[in-house]
Design a protein around this ligand. Structure first.
Ligand code: SAM
Length: 280
């Protein structure tokens, strides 16, 4: 489905182009009249309009082609997830507000190859279901994903999805309201980790997935993830960051890794951008 915001911005763009063409036509007519060759105005405007229409058509074609490639890539990644995991009932919708299949594929591949015992996820959703499936495939009964959500509604939707897929034993959704959290002199609204830390006790985190809280009001909203949880990461931990195509997430990764050799960073291809930090 085309997101509503895209349709609205396309309408606005079309209105802006029509207005620009109208103003351009009026300006050309005025100039030609001043030069005393006003009779040529209709022909000049018609030629300009045809040129503009061809340019717009080429832009639309390029946009459609790029869209088709992007949709194909996500469909391919989604097909890979269905082929790799024993998915028992259809998954909730992906993309938009939640993770895209290409980044989910990174998480599932990382989980299957690293075989983490303890996964912590910031921001629950379909990604929690997929990671729980990957843990089920590995079959280590002591492995578990703990996913924090600040929205009780989405926490409960994810719990219901886990139940629908028969995955409750692999995953725990923790209600974690956002609280004032100090990081390097700044205060951000980030998850209350008291329940998480009580739940994982002495276990170390082998995989940390950073996909929340939403960065609508603060583009650095996810910055506390590493400073707050670093002391709980295991020596072989992976940190996977979604939405690293955004300036905020890129800056967060830059700050996390500035002045330290502790992490090797990879930026895999993903439609919303991704960063994967490996402890070295
Ligand atoms: C980027 S989403 C996290 C999504 C999750 N990691 C996933 O990929 O499915 C961040 C927050 O948005 C909320 N959320 C989850 N599913 C959502 C949906 N379908 N639409 C809008 N918000 C959602 C939850 O509160 C979640 O913690």
């Amino acid at each position: 489905m085309v997101p509503h915001a895209t349709i609205v911005s396309d309408r606005k763009r079309a209105a802006a182009i029509a207005a620009a063409m109208l103003v351009g036509g009026l300006l050309v007519t005025a100039v030609l009249v001043v030069l005393g060759v006003g009779a040529y105005a209709p022909a000049v405007i018609a030629a300009g309009a045809v040129g503009a229409a061809v340019w717009i058509l080429l832009r639309i074609m390029r946009h459609l082609q790029e869209g088709a490639v992007a949709h194909y890539e996500q469909a391919e990644a989604l097909a890979g997830l269905y082929a790799t995991l024993p998915i028992r009932t259809p998954l909730p919708a992906m993309r938009g507000h939640v993770m895209s299949p290409d980044f989910a594929r990174e998480i599932v591949s990382g989980t299957l190859s690293k075989r983490p015992k303890t996964v912590v996820e910031l921001g629950s959703g379909v990604s929690t279901v997929l990671t729980a499936y990957a843990l089920e495939v590995i079959g280590d009964e002591s492995a578990h994903i703990y996913s924090l959500d600040h929205e009780p509604l989405y926490a409960s939707i994810t719990r219901n999805n886990l139940a629908a897929h028969g995955l409750e034993k692999w995953a725990t959704i923790i209600d974690a309201p956002l609280v004032e959290t100090k990081v390097d002199g700044s205060t951000r609204r980030w998850y209350d980790t008291s329940q998480l830390l009580a739940s994982i006790e002495a276990r170390e985190i082998d995989l940390l997935v950073v996909d929340g809280p939403p960065a609508r009001d603060d583009k650095m909203a996810r910055e506390p993830a590493l400073p707050v949880l670093q002391h709980k990461l295991s020596a072989r931990a992976l940190v996977m960051v979604d939405d690293a195509g955004r300036a905020g997430e890129r800056e967060i990764v830059r700050r996390w890794t500035a002045g330290t050799q502790k992490y090797e960073v990879r930026w895999p291809n993903a439609e919303k951008g991704a960063a994967i930090l490996k402890r070295v």
